[in-house]
Design a protein around this ligand. Structure first.
Ligand code: ASN
Ligand code: ZN
Length: 321
């Protein structure tokens, strides 16, 4: 019964969050010099007031709180990938200051982008640990900000699953970039190290093998499909945005590993071009996104390996291009 209660509370949180994630942005004024991050980390002290007390600003030395230091480093790694790989200056492309609040609420089992800033819970220690532990989770939440300022994909159904997938793609790339990993060296997991020891699983999601990240009494089985054959029709989770994201996630994994080398360079560039190119509609479906990746691969790299890898990847997950 306790487990059921905990799971219900978790799902209520998830439902509440999805409304928060869709909130419109109010952009703070940019203060950083072009090409440098402007990070601020706040501590909510286990309350829900945002942003909380400022505990580390840009250029400040690390303090005693490892959660604060991880959030600061994760914001920096995200800023660096977008700048060095794609020439993008922060979340909005115009040097937007990056704010994060840690120690949000008590036993809070999530992290989210609220339209303006990052928020991280500490986890309850029974299902989840501290949400700043996986750098790809930090990257995932910040990538929601990038999507909001670019394609602004509607957070429902297939466009919502694309919104989720784009966050997983760039989250994974931020981890790979910060570790200097190639596509074949990477684990392609989202949230490795986040599950509490008693949970049977490796991560929140797997881009390599969607549906295999966990299988557990409390969390249930990872519901993600890898291909359109297993597409899940549901009204929950905004129409399965965290579920069907497995399909575009797996397509990216297939394209990136077929190409080899650093996934942020060619596969990542193609996905970035689609996200920011102005042709992706807010209500885009999988096939719309897939078609644009083919177009973007051809535009940037011509009739070569990139075009072939991208086309084959979508074909293998059953999405028409
Ligand atoms: N951490 C979740 C996400 O970024 C929050 C949510 O359920 N919307 O997708
Ligand atoms: Zn997300």
């Amino acid at each position: 019964a306790r487990r059921t209660l905990r799971r219900d509370a978790y799902e209520r949180t998830q439902r509440r969050l999805t409304t928060v994630v869709g909130a419109p942005a109010v952009a703070p004024l940019a203060e950083a010099r072009p090409g440098t991050p402007h990070r601020t980390v706040y501590d909510a002290g286990h309350g829900t007031g945002l942003p909380g007390e400022k505990v580390r600003g840009e250029g400040d030395e690390p303090g005693r709180d490892a959660t604060v230091n991880r959030a600061y480093a994760g914001l920096g790694a995200t800023f660096e990938l977008f700048l060095k790989a794609y020439g993008r200056d922060s979340i909005d492309g115009k040097g937007l200051p990056m704010d994060a609040t840690v120690h949000y609420d008590e036993d809070y089992n999530n992290a989210f982008w609220n339209g303006e800033q990052m928020v991280f819970g500490d986890g309850d220690g029974e299902i989840f640990l501290d949400f700043t532990l996986p750098i790809d989770v930090i990257g995932h939440e910040l990538a929601h900000g990038v999507t909001q300022y670019t394609a602004n994909l509607d957070y429902f159904g297939q466009s919502g699953a694309l919104n989720e997938s784009v966050s997983d793609v760039f989250g994974a790339l931020i981890k790979q970039y910060s570790l200097g990993q190639t596509a074949t060296e990477a684990d392609w997991l989202i949230g490795a190290g986040l599950l509490a020891p008693r949970v049977t699983g490796t991560a929140l999601r797997s881009m390599k093998a969607p549906g295999t990240a966990y299988d557990d009494d409390v969390l249930g089985k990872d519901p993600q499909p890898a291909t359109m054959d297993d597409y899940v029709r549901t009204g929950r989770d905004n129409g399965g945005v965290h579920i069907n994201s497995g399909i575009p996630n797996h397509a990216f994994y297939l394209a990136a590993t077929a190409l080899g080398g650093h996934a942020w360079e060619r596969a990542g560039q193609v996905w970035y071009d689609v996200l920011t190119g102005g042709e992706l509609e807010q209500d885009a479906q999988f096939t719309d996104f897939a078609t644009l990746t083919v177009k973007a691969a051809r535009a940037r790299y011509g009739e070569g390996d990139e075009l072939l890898a991208v086309t084959k990847a979508w074909d293998r997950v059953g999405v028409r291009t």
